[in-house]
Every structure is written in structure tokens, then in C-alpha cells.
Design a protein around this ligand. Structure first.
Ligand code: NAI
Ligand code: MG
Length: 344
């Protein structure tokens, strides 16, 4: 049998990144995923090794492969360098951040959750138009930020969300906004959503509008009322951590960054410095992200095998890491996943 080789860039990342990436590669090997990895570095590790948190070689690699699997990258808070995640999204115009929250382990605080957050990934308050204003002796007397949303940028993610919802047999798209207060910044997003729905999607799918603060409450009280949610950058970031909490936490939440020039797959969570190096991190979020990557390149059969292995390991073998209430470490969970994936 001839197998098509698929070149892809691999960034292990910071903190728990290398641990969960090893686990993910083991599972991908077990299903004979045909990726030819070009290993590159980014983030705090790259800064320490090369003096540059985003080396040119890493950008060149993604430009060539147009496909990446990435561990979390640490970003200093307050000062320091600008988020490498944000810079990667900008460099490859990764305008759609798709973050599904799906219940895999039944009997938790919430059951049968199946939501997808489609987050605008390039605009809003993430553009870095920020500065401090000095008054008298205080260089940080005022902090300010300018958010920018464009009609074009809003159209891109809204079209992605509507098309995604229809293609995946979803019932409803909810646009989440704060246009009552930020009438221009998030008003343009809402206005564009309404226009696009009227012009192209009415009758094909349900549509509703929710203000972000009420949305947060509704997601906690009755998350089943939602299906696909589409929103601006910052709200999507916050709500996707919230929805991960409906399905067992950040250890269960994968994400895809999709754009015109490339697609990069990663977990929703960060580098988890509090547990890094301890061998106890849950690799499932990144493993589920790698399944999204397999879907993206048309290898749905292998994606299904990965997801099946995850379900069987967690629910039949009942091997789970500490964040899921289990006792297994990353190694034990990975071995179990590989056994299941190989036999899938
Ligand atoms: P975090 O997501 O790294 O961790 C939040 C909490 O969840 C911690 O208690 C952590 O131990 C736990 N957790 C996260 N992933 C886990 C896993 N796989 N298994 C078990 N427990 C897990 O968020 P935090 O601490 O706010 O940020 C840490 C760093 O990560 C920061 O530098 C931040 O900028 C960066 N970050 C990077 C992201 C990316 O690369 N896409 C996304 C989010 C944050
Ligand atoms: Mg986040």
C-alpha cells in the first residue's frame, strides 16, 4: 500500500508542551498517521536557546508545510515579548479558532455537552494597539488599548461559522457580542452577522444573538441550549475556557487555528507551569487537536480511531489523569491510549 506523506511542522512548546507532545506523537504513530514532522522551536524555550521567541526557521517551516501541531507557548504577563501564539496567527492569517467542547466522560457535572466555539482570531483587543501614558512621576498612570474589528474580518469568521454549522449538521448559530456597550467594536460584528444571516443563511440554520455576560451565565445554567457559538477574539478566549470546564476541564479541550495560508492545531490550555515536568499532565486536549488535524487533511478514519482510543481508554479502561479524578500519570495514560489506538 502506498501512503501519502504529509509534511507538517511540529512545535513541542513550553511547560508541559514536550510531555503532552510526546504522548500525542505516540498515539499518532499508533494509527500510522503519515505526517513527516519538521521539528521547530518557539516560545520561551526558543528565546532561551536562540534569543528569539519566534525564529525565522519556524516561520519558514510553516510557510512550507502550511500545517502545524503546536504545544502551548508561554507568554510573560505585563511586560516582555508579545504572544507568539498571536504572532503565529497573524503571520499565517489564521482567522478562525475552532474550539469544540464535547463530553467524552459521562456522569460529570454536566452530561452530553456538544458545543463549538468559533472565535475570531486576528482582530479585536488582541491587535496590541496598547500603550501606557505617564503622568508626573508615574510612567504607568494610564493604560489604554484600542480594539479593532473590521467588516472583512467579521465576515471571514462568521462565514466560517455558518458554513461549519451547516456542513456539520448543526442546528443553530449564536452570535455572542457586547454591542449594547461597545457599539462600534462589537456592533460591527453583530451587524455583519445579521446581514449575512438575512442574505445567505436564513432558512438553512437557526440564528440567535446573546450578550456575552448573559451568555456566560446561560452556559453555566443550561449549556444545552447552545450549539455553535461565534464571537470576537477576547470573548471567544474567555468562553472557550468556560466551555472546557463543562467537559472536564482544559485537559479535554482541543482547538484548531485555520486560515488562508496555514492551519495550526493546539490545545486550548496553556503551558501549565504549576505541573510542568512532573509527568502528570493530561495529553488528551492535544491528542484531540491532532485528531482535528487528521480530519483537516482528509484522514477521517484515523481521526476516528484516535477519538475512539481516547473514549475507550477513559471510559472502558478507566485510566485517567489527576485533573480527571484519576490516578494515572501521563506515561500510563499514553501507554493505554497507544494500546487502544493500535488495535482500533
Ligand atoms: P494554563 O491553561 O496553562 O493552566 C490553567 C490551569 O489548568 C493550571 O492549573 C494547569 O495546571 C491546568 N492545566 C492546563 N492544562 C492542563 C493539562 N493538559 N493537564 C492537566 N492540567 C492542566 O493557563 P495559565 O496558567 O493561565 O497560563 C500559563 C502560560 O500558558 C502563560 O504563559 C500563558 O500565556 C500561556 N498560554 C498559552 C496558550 C497557547 O499556547 N495556546 C494558551 C493559554 C495560555
Ligand atoms: Mg485562552
Amino acid at each position: 500500500m502506498t501512503r501519502k506523506i504529509i509534511p507538517a511542522t511540529l512545535i513541542a512548546g513550553d511547560g508541559i508542551g514536550p510531555e503532552i507532545m510526546d504522548a500525542t506523537l505516540a498515539v499518532l504513530d499508533a494509527v500510522e498517521a503519515p505526517f513527516e514532522w519538521d521539528r521547530q522551536i518557539a516560545g520561551m524555550g526558543a528565546l532561551k536557546d536562540t534569543g528569539d521567541p519566534l525564529p525565522q526557521a519556524t516561520l519558514d517551516s510553516i510557510r512550507r508545510t502550511r500545517l502545524g501541531l503546536k504545544g502551548p507557548l508561554e507568554t510573560p504577563s505585563g511586560g516582555g515579548f508579545r504572544s507568539i501564539n498571536v504572532r503565529l496567527r497573524e503571520a499565517f492569517k489564521l482567522y478562525a479558532n475552532i474550539r469544540p467542547a464535547l463530553t467524552i466522560i459521562p456522569g460529570g457535572r454536566y452530561d452530553n455537552i456538544d458545543l463549538v466555539i468559533c472565535r475570531e482570531n486576528l482582530e479585536g483587543l488582541y491587535m496590541g494597539f496598547e500603550n501606557f501614558i505617564a503622568i508626573d512621576n508615574d510612567p504607568h498612570a494610564v493604560g489604554m488599548a484600542t480594539g479593532v474589528n473590521t467588516r472583512q474580518g467579521s465576515r471571514h469568521i462568521l462565514e466560517y461559522a455558518f458554513e461549519y454549522a451547516i456542513a456539520n449538521g448543526r442546528k443553530k448559530v449564536t452570535v455572542v457580542h457586547k454591542a449594547n456597550i461597545m457599539k462600534a467594536l462589537t456592533g460591527i460584528f453583530l451587524e455583519t452577522a445579521r446581514e449575512m444571516y438575512e442574505a445567505s443563511y436564513k432558512g438553512r440554520i437557526e440564528f440567535e444573538e446573546v450578550i456575552v455576560d448573559a451568555c456566560a451565565m446561560k452556559l453555566v445554567m443550561n449549556p444545552w441550549q447552545f450549539d455553535v457559538l461565534v464571537t470576537t477574539n477576547l470573548f471567544g478566549d474567555i468562553l472557550s475556557d468556560l466551555t472546557s470546564g463543562l467537559v472536564g476541564g482544559l485537559g479535554m479541550a482541543p482547538g484548531a487555528n485555520i486560515g488562508a495560508d496555514a492551519a495550526i492545531f493546539e490545545a486550548v490550555h496553556g503551558s501549565a507551569p504549576d505541573i510542568a515536568g512532573k509527568g502528570i499532565a493530561n495529553p488528551i486536549a492535544l491528542i484531540l487537536a491532532s485528531a482535528m488535524m487528521l480530519d483537516h487533511v482528509g484522514l477521517q478514519d484515523k481521526a476516528t480511531r484516535v477519538r475512539k482510543a481516547v473514549g475507550e481508554t477513559l471510559n472502558v479502561d478507566k485510566i485517567r489523569t489527576g485533573d480527571l479524578g484519576g490516578k494515572a500519570n501521563t506515561r500510563e495514560l499514553t501507554d493505554a491510549l497507544v494500546r487502544r489506538a493500535r488495535n482500533g
